[in-house]
Design a protein around this ligand. Structure first.
Ligand code: SME
Length: 160
């Protein structure tokens, strides 16, 4: 994924774009570059209300724009501070279906200044689509995001 990593860095370093647009471009890049990545999006945490809010995403729009901490795969990652790899979504009790065509999912927390401020969520229409390499790659992507995060940037979605 070396070339892809270079493209990720280029997008994040492009200071001519607003940061939210860079995150949008990143979602589009990942979904368009990797066939297994059917849906790519960010959820951001409102720590006070204990809710996650949908940020930039690429793929079919979802009704689940607000998810309470603890609910679904995303909500569990908000409280566990650890990634969640789901090879088969039908085997999960605490799962929120965005689309019946989704078969597997990977959610990786996003830490900015040591705080779990949200996550990147990847859905796939393939069963068992993700492995440890995807975890490593997305952990790296999130570390790059954290590095380029503007000091005063608060995602507008968390107030919604
Ligand atoms: N499946 C997720 C909900 C978000 S959608 O996949 C976009 C979950 O269980 O938290």
């Amino acid at each position: 994924m070396n070339t892809l990593r270079e493209k990720v860095t280029q997008i994040l370093e492009n200071e001519t774009e607003l940061f939210s647009k860079r995150l949008q471009n990143l979602c589009d890049l990942l979904r368009n570059s990797l066939d297994r990545y059917t849906w790519v999006g960010f959820y951001f945490a409102n720590a006070e209300n204990k809710t996650l809010h949908l940020g930039p995403f690429s793929g079919t729009p979802t009704d689940h724009t607000c998810i309470p901490f603890g609910k679904g795969i995303c909500g569990q990652v908000a409280v566990s501070d650890d990634y969640f790899l789901v090879p088969d979504v039908t085997a999960q009790d605490n799962y929120i279906a965005c689309s019946l065509s989704v078969k597997s999912e990977l959610v990786v927390p996003l830490f900015v200044n040591g705080m779990n401020i949200g996550q990147i969520d990847i859905d796939s229409e393939k069963i068992d689509a993700f492995n440890e390499q995807d975890v490593d790659f997305l952990t790296w992507v999130n570390a790059q995001i954290a590095q380029s995060w503007p000091v005063d940037y608060i995602p507008k979605e968390i107030n919604g």
